[in-house]
Design a protein around this ligand. Structure first.
Ligand SMILES: Nc1ncnc2c1ncn2[C@@H]1O[C@H](COP(=O)(O)OP(=O)(O)OP(=O)(O)O)[C@@H](O)[C@H]1O
Ligand SMILES: [Mg+2]
Length: 353
């Protein structure tokens, strides 16, 4: 049983909003209706010694992941993402700070499934079936149930014809599927995936995304680190961006894109070519014009209704000259680039914008 103090702490800390006093006393009756977060990280710090140097990998990270959420961790190489997930997985210990899972700091790692970055999540000489049975038994499942579950899971992941082939002879995409299957063999409540699509071809990325979506759809909370922003955008309901060991932004992918991207949701029309008078009249109305080898591109931010109206009216009148017409959305990629260009403010716990 979790110790009451920790149980309360986790409930209180995950339920306070930005700017509220995290230490304010809250009566048990006030918190009894609250659902604990799946993951609640408070003030996490971790440094490594590298010879004479000390590397500050985490500098006071706070974050909370709701139950059932697919939550993304973004950040450049060396930001501290893997350090964070290793601490949550209890593979390394933090210098300071706390982690609570599902309302307790006293959590069992049996509630976790973890696929770490790289390809060392499996026993390479063993087959997928042997791997899954091995990890299921390690997690405490009886051998007969382990075999049953392993076969069902491998079939569901499309690996029924590869169950008996040593993992080292499988493609990278298949190995990754086996690693994910092994991580969920015991039905964990929280699945941690560190770079699950790294090195996979387009088809394998799509299959892996689909598996993650399915596992999330069954109610498993997922914490996902990835540099693949398309994967993050399509799977995660919320993300935090970490830079130099500190959370520097958080929100849904589209909130982050809108808040931080220099690009805006825009209507873009490409023409074969236009008279300079037409272009001048349009730019005076707030439309942006840019010449390129293919022709002339006119764009208007969707927020500027007058400019959009002017551009679309013009396009309707000049429709025979239109090459393409499309809507461009503010991109998460631009937002992340913008965030990376800013100096990290250490330990600020992240900013919503
Ligand atoms: N075992 C270690 N010993 C020393 N330094 C380490 C160790 N592990 C990580 N670091 C350092 O800690 C910092 C954070 O590394 P970490 O692997 O957590 O980053 P990351 O965000 O996962 O990066 P990537 O996107 O490249 O996977 C880096 O500066 C890294 O060099
Ligand atoms: Mg990493």
């Amino acid at each position: 049983m979790p110790r009451p103090q920790e149980w309360e702490f986790a409930h209180i800390s995950c339920s306070v909003g930005a700017g509220q006093d995290r230490t304010a006393p809250v009566g048990a009756e006030e918190i009894s209706w609250m659902t604990p977060c799946a993951v609640e990280v408070c003030g996490l710090c971790k440094s490594y010694r590298l010879g004479a140097r000390i590397v500050q990998a985490l500098r006071g990270v706070d974050l909370s992941v709701q139950v059932g959420e697919v939550f993304g961790l973004l950040g450049p190489n060396g930001a501290g993402k893997t350090t964070l997930v290793k601490i949550i997985s209890r593979l390394i210990t933090p210098d300071r700070g706390t982690v609570a899972l599902f309302g307790t700091r006293d959590y069992a790692t049996g509630d976790l499934g973890v696929v770490l970055e790289g390809n060392r999540n499996l026993q390479w000489r063993m087959t997928p079936l042997e791997n899954l049975v091995y990890y299921a038994v390690l997690r405490g499942l009886p051998i007969s149930e382990s075999r049953q579950r392993a076969k069902a899971l491998l079939s569901r992941f499309g690996l029924q014809d590869w169950m008996g082939v040593p993992v080292q002879k499988l493609s990278r995409g298949m190995q990754q599927k086996v690693a994910i299957a092994a991580s969920v063999i015991h039905n964990p409540k929280l699945l941690i995936l560190d770079e699950p699509t790294l090195g996979l071809d387009v088809g394998a990325v799509e299959e892996t995304k689909e598996l993650i979506r399915e596992i999330g759809g069954e109610g498993t909370t997922i914490l996902l680190c990835s540099h693949d922003l398309e994967v993050v955008s399509s799977l995660c309901s919320r993300v935090v961006v970490i830079n130099e060991g500190a959370v520097i932004a958080q929100g849904s992918p589209s909130e982050l894109a809108r808040a931080w991207s220099q690009s805006r949701d825009t209507v873009v029309v490409e023409f074969d070519g236009l008279s300079s008078e037409d272009v001048s009249a349009l730019t005076a109305a707030g439309v942006t014009a840019s010449d390129n080898a293919a022709g002339l591109t006119l764009s208007a931010p969707i927020g500027d209704r007058a400019a959009v109206k002017r551009l679309l009216e013009f396009a309707a009148a000049m429709s025979e000259r239109i090459r393409t017409i499309r809507q461009v959305e503010a991109s998460l990629r631009d937002a992340v680039l913008e965030l990376m260009a800013r100096p990290a403010r250490f330990g600020n716990g992240g900013r919503e914008r």
